[in-house]
Design a binder for this molecule. Structure first.
Ligand SMILES: NC(=O)c1ccc[n+]([C@@H]2O[C@H](COP(=O)([O-])OP(=O)(O)OC[C@H]3O[C@@H](n4cnc5c(N)ncnc54)[C@H](O)[C@@H]3O)[C@@H](O)[C@H]2O)c1
Length: 470
Protein backbone atom coordinates (compact mmCIF):
# COMPACT_ATOMS: atom_id res chain seq x y z
CA UNK A 1 0.00 0.00 0.00
CA UNK A 2 1.20 3.53 -0.70
CA UNK A 3 -0.22 6.81 0.50
CA UNK A 4 -1.26 9.17 -2.23
CA UNK A 5 -0.05 12.77 -2.26
CA UNK A 6 -3.21 14.34 -0.87
CA UNK A 7 -3.46 13.49 2.81
CA UNK A 8 -7.29 13.28 2.78
CA UNK A 9 -7.22 10.67 0.01
CA UNK A 10 -7.57 7.05 1.16
CA UNK A 11 -4.70 4.76 0.21
CA UNK A 12 -4.44 3.78 -3.41
CA UNK A 13 -3.38 0.17 -3.91
CA UNK A 14 -0.53 -0.30 -6.35
CA UNK A 15 -0.70 -3.30 -8.64
CA UNK A 16 -4.21 -4.09 -7.35
CA UNK A 17 -5.59 -7.62 -7.27
CA UNK A 18 -8.52 -7.84 -9.65
CA UNK A 19 -11.67 -9.83 -10.00
CA UNK A 20 -13.61 -9.93 -13.25
CA UNK A 21 -17.26 -10.80 -12.68
CA UNK A 22 -18.90 -12.35 -15.75
CA UNK A 23 -16.50 -14.21 -18.04
CA UNK A 24 -18.31 -14.00 -21.39
CA UNK A 25 -16.92 -12.37 -24.54
CA UNK A 26 -15.99 -9.19 -22.67
CA UNK A 27 -15.10 -10.51 -19.22
CA UNK A 28 -12.99 -13.50 -20.27
CA UNK A 29 -10.97 -11.28 -22.60
CA UNK A 30 -10.51 -8.62 -19.93
CA UNK A 31 -9.49 -11.13 -17.26
CA UNK A 32 -7.00 -12.87 -19.55
CA UNK A 33 -5.46 -9.64 -20.86
CA UNK A 34 -5.12 -8.09 -17.39
CA UNK A 35 -3.26 -11.21 -16.21
CA UNK A 36 -1.02 -11.05 -19.29
CA UNK A 37 -0.27 -7.43 -18.38
CA UNK A 38 0.99 -8.60 -14.97
CA UNK A 39 -1.97 -8.35 -12.58
CA UNK A 40 -3.25 -11.12 -10.31
CA UNK A 41 -6.74 -11.83 -11.60
CA UNK A 42 -9.66 -13.98 -10.45
CA UNK A 43 -12.37 -14.60 -13.07
CA UNK A 44 -15.85 -15.21 -11.65
CA UNK A 45 -19.01 -16.47 -13.33
CA UNK A 46 -22.29 -18.07 -12.28
CA UNK A 47 -21.89 -20.59 -15.11
CA UNK A 48 -19.75 -23.45 -13.77
CA UNK A 49 -19.21 -24.90 -17.28
CA UNK A 50 -17.66 -21.66 -18.50
CA UNK A 51 -15.42 -21.46 -15.42
CA UNK A 52 -14.35 -25.09 -15.80
CA UNK A 53 -13.50 -24.55 -19.48
CA UNK A 54 -11.48 -21.39 -18.85
CA UNK A 55 -9.65 -22.93 -15.87
CA UNK A 56 -8.66 -25.86 -18.07
CA UNK A 57 -7.27 -23.54 -20.76
CA UNK A 58 -10.24 -23.60 -23.15
CA UNK A 59 -11.84 -20.37 -24.36
CA UNK A 60 -15.56 -21.24 -24.64
CA UNK A 61 -16.08 -19.02 -27.71
CA UNK A 62 -14.15 -18.19 -30.88
CA UNK A 63 -11.84 -15.20 -30.60
CA UNK A 64 -8.60 -15.05 -32.62
CA UNK A 65 -5.48 -14.96 -30.42
CA UNK A 66 -7.34 -15.40 -27.12
CA UNK A 67 -6.58 -19.12 -26.54
CA UNK A 68 -2.84 -18.36 -26.75
CA UNK A 69 -3.20 -15.49 -24.28
CA UNK A 70 -5.22 -17.72 -21.91
CA UNK A 71 -2.43 -20.30 -21.96
CA UNK A 72 0.15 -17.59 -21.25
CA UNK A 73 -1.92 -16.18 -18.38
CA UNK A 74 -2.58 -19.59 -16.78
CA UNK A 75 1.08 -20.57 -17.11
CA UNK A 76 2.12 -17.34 -15.37
CA UNK A 77 0.09 -18.41 -12.31
CA UNK A 78 -1.58 -14.98 -12.24
CA UNK A 79 -5.01 -16.08 -13.49
CA UNK A 80 -7.54 -18.27 -11.70
CA UNK A 81 -11.28 -18.83 -12.05
CA UNK A 82 -14.08 -19.50 -9.56
CA UNK A 83 -17.85 -19.44 -9.09
CA UNK A 84 -17.43 -18.42 -5.42
CA UNK A 85 -18.40 -14.82 -4.59
CA UNK A 86 -16.95 -15.09 -1.04
CA UNK A 87 -13.57 -15.84 -2.60
CA UNK A 88 -14.02 -12.95 -5.04
CA UNK A 89 -14.89 -10.42 -2.32
CA UNK A 90 -11.91 -11.54 -0.25
CA UNK A 91 -9.46 -11.53 -3.18
CA UNK A 92 -10.10 -8.31 -5.08
CA UNK A 93 -8.90 -4.76 -4.50
CA UNK A 94 -10.78 -3.75 -7.62
CA UNK A 95 -13.72 -5.64 -9.13
CA UNK A 96 -14.63 -5.33 -12.81
CA UNK A 97 -18.28 -6.17 -13.49
CA UNK A 98 -18.68 -7.50 -17.04
CA UNK A 99 -22.01 -9.37 -16.92
CA UNK A 100 -24.56 -9.27 -19.75
CA UNK A 101 -27.15 -6.53 -20.28
CA UNK A 102 -29.34 -8.09 -22.99
CA UNK A 103 -32.55 -6.64 -24.38
CA UNK A 104 -35.39 -7.30 -21.92
CA UNK A 105 -38.03 -9.74 -23.20
CA UNK A 106 -40.93 -7.91 -24.87
CA UNK A 107 -39.30 -4.50 -24.48
CA UNK A 108 -36.55 -2.30 -25.91
CA UNK A 109 -35.18 -1.67 -22.41
CA UNK A 110 -31.96 -3.29 -21.15
CA UNK A 111 -32.36 -6.19 -18.75
CA UNK A 112 -30.36 -5.11 -15.70
CA UNK A 113 -31.04 -8.09 -13.44
CA UNK A 114 -27.56 -9.60 -14.00
CA UNK A 115 -25.83 -6.30 -13.28
CA UNK A 116 -27.91 -5.69 -10.15
CA UNK A 117 -27.25 -9.20 -8.91
CA UNK A 118 -23.46 -9.08 -9.53
CA UNK A 119 -23.06 -5.72 -7.76
CA UNK A 120 -25.28 -6.79 -4.83
CA UNK A 121 -23.60 -10.17 -4.34
CA UNK A 122 -20.20 -8.51 -4.15
CA UNK A 123 -21.28 -5.50 -2.09
CA UNK A 124 -22.74 -7.50 0.75
CA UNK A 125 -19.52 -9.51 1.10
CA UNK A 126 -16.82 -6.83 0.76
CA UNK A 127 -15.27 -5.79 4.06
CA UNK A 128 -12.30 -3.64 3.01
CA UNK A 129 -11.96 -0.47 0.93
CA UNK A 130 -12.37 -1.58 -2.69
CA UNK A 131 -13.52 -0.20 -5.99
CA UNK A 132 -16.40 -1.69 -7.96
CA UNK A 133 -15.90 -0.91 -11.65
CA UNK A 134 -18.77 -1.42 -14.07
CA UNK A 135 -17.78 -2.30 -17.63
CA UNK A 136 -21.12 -3.60 -18.92
CA UNK A 137 -23.07 -1.30 -21.26
CA UNK A 138 -25.90 0.21 -19.22
CA UNK A 139 -28.59 2.89 -19.50
CA UNK A 140 -27.58 6.35 -18.28
CA UNK A 141 -28.28 6.66 -14.56
CA UNK A 142 -27.57 3.02 -13.74
CA UNK A 143 -24.22 3.72 -12.05
CA UNK A 144 -25.77 6.35 -9.78
CA UNK A 145 -28.62 3.99 -8.84
CA UNK A 146 -26.16 1.14 -8.20
CA UNK A 147 -23.98 3.38 -6.03
CA UNK A 148 -26.93 3.93 -3.67
CA UNK A 149 -27.83 0.24 -3.78
CA UNK A 150 -24.34 -1.09 -2.96
CA UNK A 151 -23.68 1.51 -0.27
CA UNK A 152 -26.96 0.56 1.42
CA UNK A 153 -26.19 -3.15 1.58
CA UNK A 154 -22.41 -3.06 2.08
CA UNK A 155 -20.90 -3.36 5.57
CA UNK A 156 -18.57 -0.56 4.37
CA UNK A 157 -21.39 1.89 3.57
CA UNK A 158 -20.14 4.90 1.59
CA UNK A 159 -16.55 3.59 1.84
CA UNK A 160 -17.43 1.20 -0.98
CA UNK A 161 -17.08 3.22 -4.17
CA UNK A 162 -18.24 2.62 -7.70
CA UNK A 163 -16.81 3.73 -11.04
CA UNK A 164 -17.77 3.12 -14.67
CA UNK A 165 -15.26 2.14 -17.33
CA UNK A 166 -17.18 1.39 -20.54
CA UNK A 167 -15.66 -1.15 -22.90
CA UNK A 168 -15.22 -0.61 -26.64
CA UNK A 169 -13.62 -3.90 -27.73
CA UNK A 170 -14.75 -5.47 -30.99
CA UNK A 171 -15.28 -9.22 -31.20
CA UNK A 172 -12.73 -10.60 -33.64
CA UNK A 173 -10.20 -7.96 -32.49
CA UNK A 174 -10.81 -8.31 -28.76
CA UNK A 175 -7.22 -8.97 -27.65
CA UNK A 176 -5.75 -6.08 -29.61
CA UNK A 177 -8.55 -3.72 -28.55
CA UNK A 178 -8.10 -4.65 -24.87
CA UNK A 179 -4.32 -4.37 -24.81
CA UNK A 180 -4.19 -1.30 -27.08
CA UNK A 181 -7.49 0.55 -26.84
CA UNK A 182 -8.09 3.80 -28.76
CA UNK A 183 -8.94 5.43 -25.44
CA UNK A 184 -10.00 4.70 -21.87
CA UNK A 185 -12.96 6.34 -20.21
CA UNK A 186 -13.13 6.57 -16.40
CA UNK A 187 -16.45 7.60 -14.90
CA UNK A 188 -15.73 8.49 -11.26
CA UNK A 189 -17.11 10.38 -8.28
CA UNK A 190 -13.85 10.83 -6.33
CA UNK A 191 -10.16 11.51 -6.81
CA UNK A 192 -9.44 8.23 -5.06
CA UNK A 193 -11.48 6.27 -7.60
CA UNK A 194 -9.64 7.98 -10.46
CA UNK A 195 -6.26 7.28 -8.85
CA UNK A 196 -7.22 3.63 -8.24
CA UNK A 197 -8.36 3.23 -11.84
CA UNK A 198 -5.07 4.72 -13.04
CA UNK A 199 -3.25 2.00 -11.04
CA UNK A 200 -5.49 -0.70 -12.50
CA UNK A 201 -4.73 0.45 -16.05
CA UNK A 202 -1.12 1.51 -15.47
CA UNK A 203 0.51 -0.59 -18.24
CA UNK A 204 -2.04 0.61 -20.80
CA UNK A 205 -1.75 4.25 -19.72
CA UNK A 206 2.07 4.00 -19.73
CA UNK A 207 1.70 3.05 -23.39
CA UNK A 208 0.34 6.54 -24.07
CA UNK A 209 -3.34 5.55 -24.33
CA UNK A 210 -5.52 8.67 -23.97
CA UNK A 211 -7.88 8.71 -21.00
CA UNK A 212 -11.02 10.76 -20.53
CA UNK A 213 -11.97 11.21 -16.88
CA UNK A 214 -15.65 11.97 -16.55
CA UNK A 215 -18.68 11.84 -14.29
CA UNK A 216 -20.67 8.59 -14.17
CA UNK A 217 -23.45 9.70 -16.54
CA UNK A 218 -21.01 10.86 -19.23
CA UNK A 219 -19.07 7.60 -19.01
CA UNK A 220 -22.27 5.62 -19.51
CA UNK A 221 -23.31 7.90 -22.36
CA UNK A 222 -19.98 7.62 -24.22
CA UNK A 223 -20.60 3.95 -24.88
CA UNK A 224 -24.14 4.17 -26.20
CA UNK A 225 -23.36 7.38 -28.11
CA UNK A 226 -20.41 5.64 -29.83
CA UNK A 227 -22.48 2.60 -30.78
CA UNK A 228 -25.32 4.82 -31.99
CA UNK A 229 -22.90 6.73 -34.22
CA UNK A 230 -21.48 3.53 -35.71
CA UNK A 231 -24.94 2.03 -36.28
CA UNK A 232 -26.05 5.29 -37.91
CA UNK A 233 -23.06 5.27 -40.26
CA UNK A 234 -23.89 1.73 -41.41
CA UNK A 235 -27.59 2.49 -41.81
CA UNK A 236 -26.76 5.75 -43.60
CA UNK A 237 -24.97 3.96 -46.45
CA UNK A 238 -27.68 1.28 -46.45
CA UNK A 239 -30.34 3.99 -46.80
CA UNK A 240 -28.35 5.22 -49.79
CA UNK A 241 -28.40 1.62 -51.09
CA UNK A 242 -32.19 1.77 -51.04
CA UNK A 243 -32.04 4.95 -53.14
CA UNK A 244 -29.57 3.24 -55.48
CA UNK A 245 -32.00 0.36 -55.94
CA UNK A 246 -34.71 2.81 -57.05
CA UNK A 247 -32.44 4.70 -59.46
CA UNK A 248 -29.95 2.23 -60.95
CA UNK A 249 -27.04 3.88 -59.12
CA UNK A 250 -24.29 1.69 -57.59
CA UNK A 251 -23.83 1.93 -53.82
CA UNK A 252 -20.29 0.52 -53.97
CA UNK A 253 -19.16 3.36 -56.22
CA UNK A 254 -21.01 5.80 -53.98
CA UNK A 255 -19.41 4.42 -50.77
CA UNK A 256 -15.95 4.51 -52.36
CA UNK A 257 -16.35 8.12 -53.49
CA UNK A 258 -17.77 9.22 -50.13
CA UNK A 259 -15.08 7.29 -48.22
CA UNK A 260 -12.24 9.26 -49.83
CA UNK A 261 -13.59 12.35 -48.08
CA UNK A 262 -11.58 12.48 -44.84
CA UNK A 263 -14.46 14.09 -43.01
CA UNK A 264 -16.63 11.07 -43.81
CA UNK A 265 -14.07 8.24 -43.97
CA UNK A 266 -14.60 4.73 -45.31
CA UNK A 267 -14.62 2.79 -42.02
CA UNK A 268 -18.11 1.45 -41.21
CA UNK A 269 -19.36 2.99 -44.48
CA UNK A 270 -20.00 -0.55 -45.70
CA UNK A 271 -23.21 -1.26 -47.56
CA UNK A 272 -24.75 -4.69 -47.20
CA UNK A 273 -26.82 -6.79 -44.87
CA UNK A 274 -26.21 -4.45 -41.95
CA UNK A 275 -25.30 -4.75 -38.30
CA UNK A 276 -26.22 -7.30 -35.64
CA UNK A 277 -24.59 -9.03 -32.70
CA UNK A 278 -24.85 -8.75 -28.95
CA UNK A 279 -24.23 -4.98 -28.82
CA UNK A 280 -25.29 -2.55 -31.55
CA UNK A 281 -28.97 -3.52 -31.98
CA UNK A 282 -29.79 -3.81 -28.28
CA UNK A 283 -27.68 -0.78 -27.36
CA UNK A 284 -29.44 1.62 -29.74
CA UNK A 285 -32.83 0.29 -28.65
CA UNK A 286 -32.03 0.61 -24.94
CA UNK A 287 -30.60 4.11 -25.51
CA UNK A 288 -33.78 5.24 -27.28
CA UNK A 289 -35.90 3.69 -24.53
CA UNK A 290 -33.87 5.40 -21.81
CA UNK A 291 -33.92 8.76 -23.63
CA UNK A 292 -37.72 8.53 -23.77
CA UNK A 293 -37.82 7.84 -20.02
CA UNK A 294 -35.64 10.91 -19.50
CA UNK A 295 -38.00 13.06 -21.61
CA UNK A 296 -35.52 13.52 -24.47
CA UNK A 297 -36.80 10.78 -26.77
CA UNK A 298 -37.08 13.31 -29.61
CA UNK A 299 -33.28 13.80 -29.55
CA UNK A 300 -32.63 10.20 -30.55
CA UNK A 301 -35.86 9.40 -32.41
CA UNK A 302 -33.67 8.88 -35.51
CA UNK A 303 -32.31 5.70 -33.91
CA UNK A 304 -35.69 4.09 -34.61
CA UNK A 305 -35.09 4.78 -38.31
CA UNK A 306 -31.50 3.50 -38.07
CA UNK A 307 -32.91 0.25 -36.67
CA UNK A 308 -35.66 0.06 -39.32
CA UNK A 309 -33.23 0.64 -42.23
CA UNK A 310 -31.06 -2.13 -40.82
CA UNK A 311 -33.93 -4.61 -40.57
CA UNK A 312 -35.16 -3.73 -44.10
CA UNK A 313 -31.80 -4.87 -45.54
CA UNK A 314 -32.50 -8.38 -44.24
CA UNK A 315 -35.92 -8.41 -45.91
CA UNK A 316 -34.42 -7.05 -49.14
CA UNK A 317 -31.79 -9.82 -49.12
CA UNK A 318 -34.58 -12.39 -49.01
CA UNK A 319 -36.24 -10.53 -51.94
CA UNK A 320 -33.04 -10.85 -53.98
CA UNK A 321 -32.78 -14.59 -53.30
CA UNK A 322 -36.44 -15.01 -54.26
CA UNK A 323 -35.96 -12.98 -57.46
CA UNK A 324 -32.96 -15.09 -58.46
CA UNK A 325 -34.94 -18.26 -57.72
CA UNK A 326 -37.58 -17.16 -60.21
CA UNK A 327 -40.22 -15.61 -57.91
CA UNK A 328 -40.88 -18.28 -55.29
CA UNK A 329 -38.79 -19.87 -52.55
CA UNK A 330 -40.99 -22.94 -52.19
CA UNK A 331 -38.73 -26.00 -52.43
CA UNK A 332 -35.69 -23.93 -53.44
CA UNK A 333 -32.38 -25.15 -52.05
CA UNK A 334 -30.38 -22.23 -50.65
CA UNK A 335 -26.78 -22.45 -49.46
CA UNK A 336 -26.52 -19.88 -46.65
CA UNK A 337 -22.83 -19.05 -46.24
CA UNK A 338 -22.31 -17.63 -42.76
CA UNK A 339 -24.31 -17.52 -39.54
CA UNK A 340 -22.19 -15.39 -37.18
CA UNK A 341 -23.05 -11.69 -37.00
CA UNK A 342 -19.63 -10.94 -38.47
CA UNK A 343 -16.51 -12.86 -39.52
CA UNK A 344 -13.93 -13.97 -36.95
CA UNK A 345 -16.63 -14.50 -34.34
CA UNK A 346 -18.96 -17.37 -33.42
CA UNK A 347 -21.49 -14.97 -31.92
CA UNK A 348 -24.97 -15.40 -33.42
CA UNK A 349 -26.83 -12.98 -31.16
CA UNK A 350 -29.17 -10.95 -33.41
CA UNK A 351 -27.14 -12.13 -36.41
CA UNK A 352 -28.44 -10.77 -39.74
CA UNK A 353 -27.20 -13.94 -41.47
CA UNK A 354 -29.32 -16.24 -39.34
CA UNK A 355 -32.30 -13.93 -39.56
CA UNK A 356 -32.15 -14.14 -43.36
CA UNK A 357 -31.75 -17.94 -43.21
CA UNK A 358 -34.79 -18.13 -40.93
CA UNK A 359 -36.91 -15.95 -43.25
CA UNK A 360 -35.92 -18.03 -46.28
CA UNK A 361 -36.89 -21.19 -44.40
CA UNK A 362 -40.25 -19.72 -43.38
CA UNK A 363 -40.98 -19.03 -47.08
CA UNK A 364 -40.49 -22.69 -47.90
CA UNK A 365 -36.82 -22.82 -48.95
CA UNK A 366 -34.56 -25.68 -47.89
CA UNK A 367 -31.75 -23.76 -46.21
CA UNK A 368 -28.33 -25.33 -45.68
CA UNK A 369 -26.23 -23.18 -43.38
CA UNK A 370 -22.47 -23.32 -43.09
CA UNK A 371 -20.34 -21.11 -40.87
CA UNK A 372 -16.67 -21.89 -40.18
CA UNK A 373 -17.08 -21.27 -36.42
CA UNK A 374 -20.72 -20.57 -35.55
CA UNK A 375 -22.55 -23.74 -36.68
CA UNK A 376 -23.02 -25.02 -33.11
CA UNK A 377 -24.34 -21.73 -31.73
CA UNK A 378 -26.55 -21.27 -34.80
CA UNK A 379 -27.95 -24.77 -34.51
CA UNK A 380 -28.85 -24.15 -30.87
CA UNK A 381 -30.61 -20.90 -31.86
CA UNK A 382 -32.43 -22.34 -34.92
CA UNK A 383 -32.65 -26.13 -34.72
CA UNK A 384 -35.05 -26.22 -37.71
CA UNK A 385 -32.37 -25.14 -40.20
CA UNK A 386 -30.06 -27.68 -41.84
CA UNK A 387 -26.33 -27.35 -41.21
CA UNK A 388 -23.40 -28.53 -43.31
CA UNK A 389 -19.89 -29.34 -42.07
CA UNK A 390 -18.15 -27.59 -44.93
CA UNK A 391 -18.69 -24.89 -47.52
CA UNK A 392 -18.62 -27.52 -50.25
CA UNK A 393 -21.31 -29.60 -48.54
CA UNK A 394 -23.54 -26.53 -48.17
CA UNK A 395 -23.08 -25.63 -51.84
CA UNK A 396 -23.79 -29.10 -53.19
CA UNK A 397 -26.95 -28.95 -55.31
CA UNK A 398 -27.81 -25.36 -54.35
CA UNK A 399 -30.29 -23.40 -56.47
CA UNK A 400 -29.15 -20.10 -54.97
CA UNK A 401 -26.09 -19.22 -52.88
CA UNK A 402 -26.46 -16.43 -50.30
CA UNK A 403 -23.26 -14.98 -48.86
CA UNK A 404 -24.35 -13.69 -45.45
CA UNK A 405 -21.14 -13.37 -43.37
CA UNK A 406 -17.94 -12.35 -45.13
CA UNK A 407 -15.50 -14.97 -43.82
CA UNK A 408 -12.19 -15.12 -45.74
CA UNK A 409 -12.99 -18.73 -46.72
CA UNK A 410 -15.98 -17.50 -48.73
CA UNK A 411 -14.14 -14.53 -50.23
CA UNK A 412 -11.31 -16.81 -51.36
CA UNK A 413 -13.52 -19.45 -53.01
CA UNK A 414 -12.90 -19.81 -56.76
CA UNK A 415 -16.21 -19.10 -58.55
CA UNK A 416 -15.30 -21.55 -61.34
CA UNK A 417 -14.58 -24.36 -58.87
CA UNK A 418 -17.62 -23.85 -56.65
CA UNK A 419 -19.76 -23.36 -59.78
CA UNK A 420 -19.27 -27.10 -60.38
CA UNK A 421 -20.95 -27.93 -57.05
CA UNK A 422 -24.21 -26.02 -57.38
CA UNK A 423 -27.27 -26.81 -59.48
CA UNK A 424 -27.73 -23.19 -60.58
CA UNK A 425 -24.99 -20.58 -60.58
CA UNK A 426 -26.89 -17.81 -58.80
CA UNK A 427 -25.39 -15.82 -55.95
CA UNK A 428 -26.63 -13.04 -53.69
CA UNK A 429 -23.64 -11.25 -52.18
CA UNK A 430 -25.14 -9.91 -48.96
CA UNK A 431 -21.79 -8.48 -47.84
CA UNK A 432 -20.33 -7.00 -51.06
CA UNK A 433 -17.41 -9.31 -50.46
CA UNK A 434 -17.14 -11.26 -53.70
CA UNK A 435 -15.39 -10.34 -56.94
CA UNK A 436 -18.40 -9.45 -59.09
CA UNK A 437 -16.53 -9.57 -62.39
CA UNK A 438 -14.93 -12.96 -61.63
CA UNK A 439 -18.30 -14.46 -60.67
CA UNK A 440 -19.94 -13.16 -63.84
CA UNK A 441 -17.01 -14.43 -65.94
CA UNK A 442 -17.51 -17.89 -64.40
CA UNK A 443 -21.13 -17.85 -65.50
CA UNK A 444 -22.84 -16.82 -62.29
CA UNK A 445 -25.89 -14.59 -62.02
CA UNK A 446 -24.67 -12.14 -59.38
CA UNK A 447 -26.84 -9.80 -57.29
CA UNK A 448 -25.97 -7.47 -54.42
CA UNK A 449 -27.94 -4.99 -52.37
CA UNK A 450 -27.90 -1.46 -53.79
CA UNK A 451 -26.14 -2.49 -56.98
CA UNK A 452 -27.48 -2.67 -60.53
CA UNK A 453 -27.97 -6.09 -62.07
CA UNK A 454 -25.08 -5.53 -64.49
CA UNK A 455 -22.61 -4.16 -61.90
CA UNK A 456 -18.86 -4.75 -62.17
CA UNK A 457 -16.25 -5.29 -59.44
CA UNK A 458 -15.77 -2.28 -57.17
CA UNK A 459 -13.54 -3.04 -54.21
CA UNK A 460 -14.69 -1.12 -51.16
CA UNK A 461 -11.96 0.80 -49.29
CA UNK A 462 -10.38 -1.36 -46.56
CA UNK A 463 -8.54 -0.25 -43.43
CA UNK A 464 -5.71 -2.27 -41.85
CA UNK A 465 -7.30 -1.74 -38.45
CA UNK A 466 -10.34 -3.73 -39.60
CA UNK A 467 -8.44 -6.85 -40.63
CA UNK A 468 -7.40 -9.67 -38.36
CA UNK A 469 -4.28 -11.78 -38.74
CA UNK A 470 -5.14 -15.37 -37.87
N1 LIG B 1 -19.23 -8.64 -26.58
C1 LIG B 1 -18.68 -7.46 -26.87
O1 LIG B 1 -18.00 -7.30 -27.89
C2 LIG B 1 -18.87 -6.28 -25.95
C3 LIG B 1 -18.15 -5.10 -26.20
C4 LIG B 1 -18.33 -4.00 -25.37
C5 LIG B 1 -19.26 -4.07 -24.34
N2 LIG B 1 -19.97 -5.22 -24.14
C6 LIG B 1 -20.93 -5.25 -23.03
O2 LIG B 1 -20.39 -6.11 -22.04
C7 LIG B 1 -21.42 -6.79 -21.35
C8 LIG B 1 -21.18 -8.29 -21.44
O3 LIG B 1 -21.27 -8.67 -22.79
P1 LIG B 1 -20.77 -10.09 -23.31
O4 LIG B 1 -20.86 -10.05 -24.78
O5 LIG B 1 -19.47 -10.44 -22.67
O6 LIG B 1 -21.94 -11.03 -22.70
P2 LIG B 1 -21.90 -12.61 -22.45
O7 LIG B 1 -23.32 -13.03 -22.41
O8 LIG B 1 -20.94 -13.26 -23.38
O9 LIG B 1 -21.27 -12.74 -20.99
C9 LIG B 1 -21.93 -12.41 -19.82
C10 LIG B 1 -21.46 -13.37 -18.73
O10 LIG B 1 -21.96 -12.92 -17.46
C11 LIG B 1 -22.27 -14.08 -16.69
N3 LIG B 1 -23.17 -13.68 -15.60
C12 LIG B 1 -24.48 -13.36 -15.64
N4 LIG B 1 -24.90 -13.01 -14.41
C13 LIG B 1 -23.84 -13.10 -13.58
C14 LIG B 1 -23.64 -12.83 -12.20
N5 LIG B 1 -24.62 -12.39 -11.43
N6 LIG B 1 -22.40 -13.04 -11.69
C15 LIG B 1 -21.38 -13.46 -12.48
N7 LIG B 1 -21.52 -13.73 -13.78
C16 LIG B 1 -22.72 -13.54 -14.33
C17 LIG B 1 -22.89 -15.03 -17.71
O11 LIG B 1 -22.88 -16.37 -17.24
C18 LIG B 1 -21.96 -14.80 -18.90
O12 LIG B 1 -20.86 -15.68 -18.89
C19 LIG B 1 -22.73 -6.31 -22.00
O13 LIG B 1 -23.22 -5.22 -21.27
C20 LIG B 1 -22.27 -5.85 -23.36
O14 LIG B 1 -23.15 -4.90 -23.92
C21 LIG B 1 -19.77 -6.33 -24.90
Amino acid sequence: MVNSETTELPSVIENPKMTVIGTGYLGATHAICMAVLGFDVLGVDVDPKKIEALASGKVPFFEPGLPEKLREALDSGRLRFTTDFDEAAEFGDVHFICVGTPQAPGSYAANLTYVDSAFSELAKRITRKSLLIGKSTVPIGTAERLTKLVQEISPLGTELELAWNPEFLREGFAVEDTLHPDRLVFGVTSEWAEAQLREAFKPILDDGTPVVVADLATAELVKVAANSFLATKISYINAMAEVCEATGADVNLLATALGYDDRIGSRFLKPGLGFGGGCLPKDIRAFKYRAEELGVGHAVAFLGEVDAINIRRRVRTVDLVRELAGGSLEGVRVAALGAAFKPNSDDVRDAPALDVARMLYLEGATVIVYDPEANDNAHRAYPDLDFADSMEAALAGADVVALLTEWDEFRAADPAVIGELVTHKRVVDGRHALDTTAYRAAGWEYRALGRPVESRSVALLEDDRDSVAL
